[in-house]
Every structure is written in C-alpha cells, then in structure tokens.
Design a protein around this ligand. Sequence first.
Ligand code: ZN
Length: 127
Amino acid sequence: MPENQYELFKNQLLKHRKQIIAKIEEIDTSWSKTLRESTGDISAYATHLADLGSESNEREKETRILDREIKHLREIDKALKRIYKDNYGNCSFCGEEISDKRLNAIPETEYCIKCKKNIEKNHNHIA
Ligand SMILES: [Zn+2]
C-alpha cells in the first residue's frame, strides 16, 4: 500500500477514535452528574427514586452503547497498531490484501470480506 494511502487511513482512524472518545466522555459526564444528584439532599433523592425506573432503562441503554464503543475503540487501536507496524491492509486470517473498497468503508477491519464471512458463519464474533 502506498505511503499516502496509509496516511489517509490513519487520519480517518484517528478522527474516528476522537469521536468515539467524545461519545464515551459524554456518557461518563451524564453518569457522574446523576451520581452527584443522587447523593444530594433527601428530596432530590426521593425524586431520584421515583425516576429510577426510567433512569435505569436509560442507563442500560447507555451501558450497551458504551460496550459497543469501547469494543470499537479497541478495533481502531489495533488497526492503528497495524499501520505503525507496517502491516495494515492485509487480512489477519489469510494474509491477503483487503480491498480498498472495504478499507474505505471500515478502515478498522482486520479481515478480508471472505474471512469475515467465514468467521461470522462460524458464530465467532471477532471484529
Ligand atoms: Zn482473509
């Protein structure tokens, strides 16, 4: 892969990484805020209890988002590592080149489309 293309994917990954971290921080901020509010005075606590039903649903949803984002972040970090080690763009399974089209769509991908499909078929949920 030409150097300038590496650079392109790297920038894309770094940009994506920032967006994910911003999203994680957003959830973190809202959680710390809830925590502060719930340790406040007793009337606030009562309101908090009344709201708990909907709030825990909300938190569950956020936990799922958080899980997904953290997993995504790991994939991006792994892809960045591959760029720095100069083996980006090759399938980690069969070693063949991953198509530019696929890399453009999912720059953090580790597998070519063929292997990815095989892995999914085997219910192996890695990247
Ligand atoms: Zn492959």
